[in-house]
Design a protein around this ligand. Structure first.
Ligand code: TXA
Ligand code: MG
Length: 371
């Protein structure tokens, strides 16, 4: 396993110190790993042209080698150094959405190390809207391959401490630029097929993309269910973003759903389970009479705040003694689609509809012993 002494630097996200950036550039050029904040989540970066450096990312994250990485660039023209046969639509979208949380899958140039793309002939490219990675990429003059800087299956890191918790001793540099403003990963859009296809909802809402891509289609993972809400097809749910405690997701939008939710949480608590409830400002008071841990995500009226807090609250709850984390899903419009997606993945198919009767035993069966 790649092991180093991790150096942590506090960096002003508005005015990154050039001396710290130069040090990080030196580590990147030497094949090292540098973690940096972006507007979405923290990335674990390596020189995208150096296959050995890229291999270290997969090794320290324990990420399967078949899962490709995103290449980060600092200007629109830099697209041409990592991708070729770039469609006009990609350039137009770059002009509109970059820098920002939109990743586009394009045809890969051979200069980009093959393992970045897990051997595919495509490459995912994005220009982050954050001064620290932009300064790093500009100063190094390198494309930087970076997945989220968490261990495989752990929630994505939205603060430097999360990176340190997962990867201390296995990353050369952590540039601590504070909390990530969006807190959810970028939207991934595949532009290499006949029809532009959404591979992952994220920080750029689908509704915003549709204005510019009328024929946008959702990837196979996302199908309409009969409640009209878009969710991952059950067979497609990869174990991903999972907290250590089991996460149970509740859906349902009737007036009765909130009451039903409270009743189930109360029953779990009575059975002796330590329950962590991720909830909104509005609903949190419902649970105050119960012996549960409450993690407040923010107002249901502001999904951007819920998105910012989602992964951090999951990490906080799992550090406590809870056996199970429960959450009632938010609406799926706008950023809500990305929030839904992350919750569905974290819940690993443990999803119950509060608008229907729920058998408590089937809920109990989903709670695994805490590791
Ligand atoms: O916001 C983000 O996108 C963050 C920050 C650090 O930029 N990065 C991130 O990377 O979330 P990661 O590795 O956790 O997720 C990358 C996603 C994966 O779902 C991967 O399968 C997809 O992008 N991806 C990467 N290259 C691809 C390709 N060539 N074709 C299809 N999907 C690709
Ligand atoms: Mg990730």
């Amino acid at each position: 396993m790649y092991s180093v002494q991790t150096k942590i630097f506090a960096v002003d996200p508005q005015a990154p110190d050039p001396a710290i950036i130069s040090y990080a550039v030196e580590r990147l050029r030497a094949g090292g790993l540098v973690s940096f904040p972006t507007e979405t989540v923290y990335g674990l970066g390596a020189n995208a042209l150096d296959a050995n450096a890229v291999a270290r990312i997969f090794e320290v994250k324990q990420r399967p080698s078949y899962d490709p990485l995103i290449v980060h660039i600092a200007s629109i023209p830099q697209m041409d150094s990592v991708a070729e046969d770039i469609p006009e639509l990609a350039r137009r979208l770059a002009g509109i959405f970059w820098p920002g949380p939109l990743t586009m899958v394009l045809r890969k140039r051979s200069q980009v190390a093959a393992n970045v793309s897990a051997g595919l002939n495509t490459v995912a490219v994005r220009m982050p809207n954050h001064k620290i990675p932009l300064a790093l990429i500009q100063a190094s003059n390198l494309p930087v391959a970076a997945p989220s800087a968490n261990l495989f299956t752990r929630p994505s890191p939205t603060a430097a401490q999360h990176v340190i918790d997962d990867l201390n001793g296995h990353v050369d540099v952590v540039l601590d630029g504070g909390n990530c403003p969006i807190g959810l990963e970028s939207t991934v859009l595949d532009l290499t097929g006949a029809v532009p296809t959404l591979l992952r909802p994220g920080g750029t809402p689908v509704e915003a993309l549709r204005k510019h891509i009328p024929n946008l289609q959702l990837g196979q993972r996302y199908v309409e269910d009969n409640s009209g809400l878009t969710m991952p097809g059950p067979g497609m749910l990869a174990k991903h973003y999972s907290p250590n405690a089991s996460l149970i997701l509740f859906t349902g939008s009737s007036d009765d759903a909130a009451r039903h939710h409270l009743e189930i949480v109360s029953q779990l608590s009575q059975r002796g389970y330590k329950v962590g409830v991720m909830t909104t400002d509005e609903e949190s008071k419902n649970f105050s009479g119960l012996n549960v841990r409450i993690a407040v995500l923010g107002s249901e009226k502001d999904l951007s705040v819920i998105g910012q807090n989602l992964f951090a609250r999951m990490r906080e709850l799992e550090k406590t003694d809870v056996d199970v984390i429960v959450m009632r899903a938010v609406q799926s419009q706008g950023l809500g689609f990305a929030i839904w997606d992350r919750l569905f993945r974290a819940a690993e198919q443990h999803v119950f509809d509060l608008d229907k009767p729920i058998d408590l035993d089937s809920v109990l069966q989903t709670i695994k012993p805490k590791s």
